[in-house]
Each structure stands twice: as C-alpha cells, then as structure tokens.
Design a protein around this ligand. Structure first.
Ligand code: DGT
Ligand code: CA
Ligand code: CA
Ligand code: ZN
Length: 578
C-alpha cells in the first residue's frame, strides 16, 4: 500500500469522524497524519523495514497512528476504517465532497433534513429547504447546486498529475511481468490533457491471459470491471478506470496511434488513408484492392504515419487543431521541454502562506537545476495569507539583496511580489514600492464574481500599470472546482500586446491557467508566456512539468516561453516593458 493511499484512508477517517461529531483532536490527528504521510518523499514501507528508524520519529505520527500505518501496509485494511464505512452510508461521503460542503455541513443536512444522497441534496436545494438551516442561506444553496453539477462532472475526470501517479505505479507493476514485451500508456494521459477520464494501457505479449492476470493484481485495483480475450478493465480504489489491451507486435504502432487518439485526430487520419486506398485501424494499415486487404504497416507509430507521409505527431498535438496544417507545411513546432526552463517566477515563502523559508525555497530551486527564481509573496489585501505591506515587502527585498550577495553569479533571486488587483480597481501596493521590484505579478483574488466589464477593466488597468510585469493565473479557474472569471480575454490580449507585458501559465495541476487554447491564442498575438509553479512549499516547485505539458499542447516552443531565457535576457525583454 503506497503513501498516497494511506493518506487518503486517514483523510477519509477524519471526514467520517468529523461527520459523526467525534472529538476534534482525534479528527485533527488523522488529518495531520494524512498530510505527513502524503508529503513523505519515501514509501512508509521502507521506513517500516528499516530497523534503525521508527514511524513515531516523524512529526505528527504518534504511537496509535504508527500502528495503524503498519497495519495498512501489512494487510491493506484497517478495522476502524471499515467500521466507519459501515456506519456512514457511502452516499453521504459523496455529499461531503460537494465543493463548499464538508463533513460538518453534511452532518447538519443529514440530521436536520435527512439528506443522505446527492439527489436528495439537489431536491432540497431546489425546494429551498436548505436555506432555512442555520449557517446556510440562499447564497449557500445556489453554491451547493453549482457544486453538485461540478462534482458530478469532476467525479469522472481527474487531474493529469493524479493520473500520472497511478500511471507510474502501473508502469512499475507491469515492468515486473516477464510476459510483456512492450508497453505504452495511451489515451488522454499520453496527450497530456489537463484532466484524464481513464487510463489506457497497451502491451505487446503473446500470452494475453497471463498478462491480464498480472494486470488485475495491481495493488491499487479495487475491482475488475470487464475481462475477455485480449481486453480488461479494472477500477482503482479512488474510482479511476484503467483499460488494458494486449496486442501482437506487428500491431503495436497501429494500436498506440489508435488508442492515443484523440478521436477527432483519428477521424482525419482515417480520412487521409481512405484517399490513398488504405485502411487504418488498431491492428495496422492495410492496402485495399477490391475485397482484398493487405497489411503494409503497424509495428511502430512511425511506420503508420509514414504510410500517409506524415510525421509522428507529438501526442500533445493530436487534437485535430492545427497539427495537419503544420505537418503539410513542414512547420511542426519543436515543442518546449521542461529542461528548457531556467527560472521560476512565482512562489511563496513563510513570510505569507508558503511553508518554506526564503532560504529553503532558494536551495530547493537550485537543487532542481534552476538558475533564477522570483519570490512573489502575497500583498497585504490577501490578509488570510498575511500578505505583505510596504514595510514588510521592503524588508524581504533587503534580505534578498543580502542573499544574492552571498549566492554570487550562479544563481539569482529576484525581488518580486504577487500584488493583488483590488476589487475596486488599482494595485494593492503603491507605485513607488512596486517600482523597486525586479518582477511584479498582478492577480485577482477578490471580486472574482464581478461582471465581465468590471473585472476586465481591473485586469487591463493592471496591465497598463508600468510597474506590472505579468498577470498571474489570468482567468482564475480551478479545474473541477471553480469557473474562470467572466473576462474579455481579447481585451486582455490586446492590452498585453500594447503594453508589452507577459501572461502566466500557472503550472499548478488545479490551475493550468492560461489553458492550452488560450496559450495558443496568446502566442498568435506574440505574447510571451511565463510558466510558473506558484509553489507554496519546496515540493510545489515540482509542478513545472505540468505547466510545460500544457504549453506543449498549445504548440509553444522554447522561444515562446519567457523563462527559458537567462535572467539577463529576460531582464532585457521586460526592461522595455516596465
Ligand atoms: P478520456 O479517457 O476521456 O480522458 O479520453 P481518451 O482520449 O483517453 O478516450 P478513451 O479512453 O475513451 O479512448 C482512448 C482513445 O481510443 C481515444 O483517444 C481514441 C480511441 N478511441 C476510442 N474509442 C474510439 C472510437 O469510437 N473511434 C475512434 N476513432 N477512436 C476511438
Ligand atoms: Ca482514456
Ligand atoms: Ca479508455
Ligand atoms: Zn501565488
């Protein structure tokens, strides 16, 4: 049992206990435990096997939790967890997970209105019964209805980063199966889509039944959904479906191409094949003469595309957007790679809501091979995060000056700020302060529900401010949780071009904001994109690949992304812009 699964079980116990109005200290102990295990960089199983170490040495893990972890690792189950699951209907868990609810509110709904399912919750909101309850109100009722519709969609699609964890575990699991000759993870996962509906695993083997048996023994498998011939589908504990297909070697390329999709991309591929008297399916490419079909290719994707005089498209581009035009003109972009990124220009420290200090973030960024970073803590308006006022930000910048002296030439820490764009318009910090920064991000945190014109004006005004370098997470969407602001992006693009500013692609898996389509549009306007992690901890710096993947889907090259430059080059780029 891996760390993530243990953390999930502890979180779920915390939820269930809180729902039952258990002692808050007990609830908090499980939540802390979940966080500690979830953040651990090595498997707890390794710690358990090490005779010189104890789980209780970890902060937040007492004797009781340590025993439970050991039990989970050994048996895969926990009696207390099962007992709680028996006591609380599983449909109530779904109610708790509606954005904006949670165990406490779910408990109130259950107790007062007997609501135990999403359907009952929806009906009660529509009948305006929920607003009668203490602590809810009409606004909350609307938010719940919205949350239910989002949750219904979200239940089926997970963040790419989450799918990637399962994909890695599956790869590792299958690597130990001697009957497997080749392996590919296809589908939306391979295309790097921001959310993934299910995983599609493709293997070459001459022993499908043995491979399927091995596949079903995946440690995270909760159930087998279907099984037959050369196909099988399982579901993980978290509900992610994984499809397996076993193909012969001569079909591997054709199957990889077919199951990578996208469907729309494949429709075009099949059409082009038809024009040439060819037929393409998941088994291969066939020449069609009368009613005779002759296999001509299929072992590799390269062979398959070559029958149509097409290059092997990077999977991220296979969305039936521009890729065929680019191929025809021989202008397929050379997509940006994560290794091209030299700096990360959005991150937080313990001065506001980050979990690591300035020094720790600096060291962590250096050890990840970056050459420069910008420290961009929140400004004072973001009071929940203890945002910085004029005095505190100047103090931080003085510390950064000292740090840079010490670091010398190999690494640069930029004096930055994530300055709030106020609800009424204008920046949260005075211009004479912002003018002293190396790098100013402007972003919206409040008044996100404002009408289109108002919120657009606020952002455009920030772009016009000579001290602002870039707009962070420009549309404010949170995938599966919150819609984008109602903004006029064309107006934002136009202002960005006019004032020579930059737009961020925030690499946090829940944000990925700007999205792929908007990044492509920004590129068409000639707007440089900056890919930032918005890290709130040292581990947060590891989000960079998700942002790069999104940039690749947008067709961005190294040149399109501002932070592939050296700090000196970047300074020139923004020099004329500030
Ligand atoms: P997902 O799982 O919803 O995130 O998206 P995909 O793209 O992974 O879709 P999925 O898992 O249903 O199928 C994987 C690929 O298989 C898909 O991208 C294209 C191919 N495929 C599946 N069904 C069809 C179909 O009916 N026609 C065609 N042409 N291709 C299909
Ligand atoms: Ca899929
Ligand atoms: Ca599938
Ligand atoms: Zn931020």
């Amino acid at each position: 049992m891996n760390n993530a699964r243990i953390a999930d079980i502890f979180d779920e116990i915390g939820d269930l206990l809180e729902f039952q109005a258990a002692n808050p200290f007990r609830v908090r102990a499980y939540r802390n435990g979940a966080r500690v295990i979830g953040d651990l960089t090595e498997p707890v199983a390794v710690v358990l096997q090490d005779t010189e170490r104890k789980l209780t040495d970890l902060d937040g893990i007492g004797k009781d939790l340590a025993e439970k972890i050991a039990m989970l690792v050994e048996t895969g189950q926990l009696e207390q967890h099962q007992k709680l699951l028996n006591e609380v209907p599983s449909t109530v868990l779904a109610v708790m997970r509606v954005p904006g609810l949670g165990p406490k509110k779910a408990a109130a709904l259950y107790k007062e209105l007997n609501i135990a399912t999403l359907d009952q919750l929806k009906a009660a909101c529509e009948a305006e019964k929920v607003r009668e309850l203490k602590g809810f109100g009409a606004k909350a009722e609307q938010a719940i209805l919205h949350g239910i519709s989002i949750a219904a969609a979200a239940n089926q699609r997970i963040y790419w980063a989450k799918a990637d964890e399962v994909a890695h575990a599956m790869r590792e699991h299958l690597a130990a199966c001697k009957r497997i000759e080749k392996l590919e993870l296809a589908g939306s996962y391979r295309r790097g889509k921001e959310t993934v509906g299910d995983l599609d695993v493709l293997v070459v083997s001459e022993n499908p039944s043995e491979v399927m048996e091995w596949f079903a023994a995946f440690e995270d498998a909760a159930e087998t959904i279907v099984s037959g011939g050369t196909k099988m589908s399982i579901r993980t504990h978290k509900g992610l479906q994984i499809d397996l297909r076993v193909v012969p070697a001569e079909s591997f390329g054709a199957a990889s191409q077919y199951f990578t999709g996208s469907k729309d991309h494949n429709v075009i591929v099949r059409g082009l094949a038809k024009q040439r008297g060819l037929k393409i399916n998941e088994y291969g490419v066939y020449r069609v003469e009368g009613d005779k079909e002759t296999y001509i290719a299929g072992a590799t994707e390269e062979d398959v595309y070559a029958t149509l005089d097409l290059p092997v498209f990077p999977p991220e581009l296979r969305e039936a957007r521009k890729e065929f035009d680019w191929a025809e003109a021989n202008e397929l972009p050379e997509l940006i790679d994560v290794k091209d990124i030299r700096g990360d220009l959005h991150m937080h420290t313990t001065a506001t809501d980050g979990r690591a200090t300035l020094r720790e973030m600096t060291d962590a960024a250096r050890s990840r091979g970056l050459k420069y970073i910008a420290i961009t803590d929140h400004s004072k308006r973001v009071s929940m995060a203890m945002g910085l006022d004029e005095t505190r930000v100047l103090e931080q910048w003085a510390m950064i000056d000292e740090l840079n002296e010490e670091l010398g030439k190999d690494f640069t820490v930029l004096k930055g700020i994530e300055c709030d764009i106020l609800e009424k318009g204008g920046m949260d910090l005075p211009d004479d302060v912002l003018a002293q920064a190396d790098w100013v991000l402007a972003s919206v945190h409040y008044g996100q529900q404002q009408p289109r014109q108002q919120i657009t004006d606020r952002i455009v005004e920030a772009i016009e401010n000579p001290n602002v370098t870039a707009i962070a997470h420009p549309t404010g969407r949170l995938i599966n949780r919150r819609e984008a602001y109602e903004i006029d992006l064309d107006a934002v693009f136009a202002a960005t071009v006019e004032h020579g500013k930059l737009l961020e692609l925030n690499a946090n898996p829940a944000r990925l904001d700007l999205n792929d389509v908007y990044c492509a549009a920004a590129k068409a306007h000639g707007i440089p994109i900056v890919i930032n992690t918005d890290a709130h901890s040292t581990e947060g710096l590891d989000c960079l690949p998700y942002g790069v993947l999104q940039a690749r889907r947008a067709g961005l090259t190294k040149a399109d992304v501002a932070n592939t430059r050296t700090w000196r080059q970047l300074k020139q780029l923004i020099g004329g812009r500030r």
